[in-house]
Design a protein around this ligand. Structure first.
Ligand code: CP3
Length: 345
């Protein structure tokens, strides 16, 4: 038993084992629902200072682990540090969403670095080393990046857009530019994820948060193929590396993402979990699906939601998580209730 206690449950699930009860982490588990996060963010002054100061990034990454003892810890950072390192000037001002200097054409692309200057992300890698050194041995450390399409959508518009219209238009009107931007992000992501694994991340997640806006004919070239190239590139550099892919809004096509070599597939709350898992190979871990609003609601509604997920995934490798990030309105005690419900199952 002692030996088992020190093994990382999430890594066992990513190896295809149906660990019970399923291990759990939550997307955006370090964030604005936690008073200690708000205090550290105020001390840092800006979101980017929080991301780029290893001490601060380490502190906020560890806060939800201290409070709840999740099985997984996700590096505190953002998908937009990659375009920032390339020269697109990421900032997040109070009350507004993220902003970048828009990259709308070849000339804009030429103003960016032609390959990821990894030294600009050294503070993030330093945070990974510090976090790994301070995490309990049984806690899995997850690194991450955004998928090329999702990151490109922010880079082209310079901000979040409801349906990624500017990026979809660019793909239509200037396919050469779009392909070159995607290529740059594929290569950058391979270098960045490999460096996170080298620094101590146990596994990595690729966030394709905006997969849902792609039409079926665009999904291959703009989402599936680029993610497949990232997984191939990372596993060539780090044999055996485990990659989780979260193609939000593409619940009908999860098997195609799994076929790219993913060890785990994130499932959003719009997708029918029972139906979706029948499409996945038995050894590919499923992850997620609980509606984040249930965590805001709490009580019986939350318990029933948790039970529905558990019932659907019993006997298969599953990592408990939400269908998207935890919202800032979530009462902290509901997260404790969620963990208790899962762990007593
Ligand atoms: O999950 C974690 O706890 C790790 C940290 C993390 C953040 N962003 C911290 C963050 C991760 C994994 C991300 C990923 C991310 N960032 C995605 C993909 C996942 C998703 O949510 O779909 C995207 C699309 C982004 C881009 C981004 N960064 C947005 C849209 C925002 C604004 C969010 C908002 O509601 O205002 C950010 C800022 C951001 N990244 C915050 C956090 C905790 C809020 C920062 C704050 O104001 O303190």
């Amino acid at each position: 038993m002692a030996a088992i206690a020190t093994e990382k449950a999430i890594m066992r699930v990513l190896d295809g084992e149906a660990v019970w009860p399923p291990p759990v982490w939550i997307m955006r588990q370090a964030g604005r629902y936690l008073p200690e996060y708000l205090a550290t963010r105020a001390e840092a002054g800006s979101f980017t200072t929080l991301c780029y100061t290893p001490g601060f990034a380490t502190e906020v990454t560890l806060q939800p682990i201290r409070r709840y003892g999740f099985d997984g810890s996700i590096l505190f950072s953002d998908i937009l540090v990659v375009p920032d390192a390339l020269g697109a000037e990421f900032r997040l001002d109070a009350g507004e969403g993220p902003r970048l200097r828009p990259t709308t054409d070849r000339a804009g692309l030429d103003r960016l670095a032609s390959a990821l200057p990894l030294e600009r992300l050294e503070p993030v890698l330093q945070a990974v080393r510090l976090i790994r050194a301070r995490l309990p041995a049984e806690t899995t450390l997850l690194g991450f990046c955004g998928a090329p399409w999702t990151v490109a959508a922010y880079m082209i518009a310079g901000r979040g857009t409801p349906d990624q219209g500017p990026a979809r238009e660019a793909a239509q009107s200037d396919p050469g530019f779009m392909a070159a931007l995607i290529d740059l992000l594929v290569e950058s992501s391979i270098v960045y994820l490999s460096a996170q694994l080298e620094a101590g991340a146990d596994a990595v997640q690729i966030f394709e948060s905006h997969a849902g806006s792609l039409s079926p004919d665009r999904l291959g070239p703009l989402s599936l193929e680029p993610i497949g190239r990232i997984i191939a590139g990372v596993t060539a550099r780090r044999p055996g590396a485990k990659v989780i892919v979260f193609p939000r809004g593409q619940g009908e096509r999860l098997a195609e993402y799994a076929a790219l070599g993913a060890a785990g597939i994130g499932i959003d709350q719009e997708t029918d979990l029972s139906a979706a898992i029948t499409t996945l190979p038995a050894a590919v871990a499923s992850q997620g699906n609980l509606d984040p609003t249930l965590l805001v609601q709490g009580g019986k509604a939350l318990d029933e939601g948790v039970d529905r997920v558990l019932e659907a995934v019993r006997g298969r490798p599953h990592i408990f998580n939400l269908g998207h990030g935890i919202t800032k309105e979530t009462p902290v005690e509901n997260v404790a209730r969620l963990l208790k419900r899962i762990r007593e199952s």
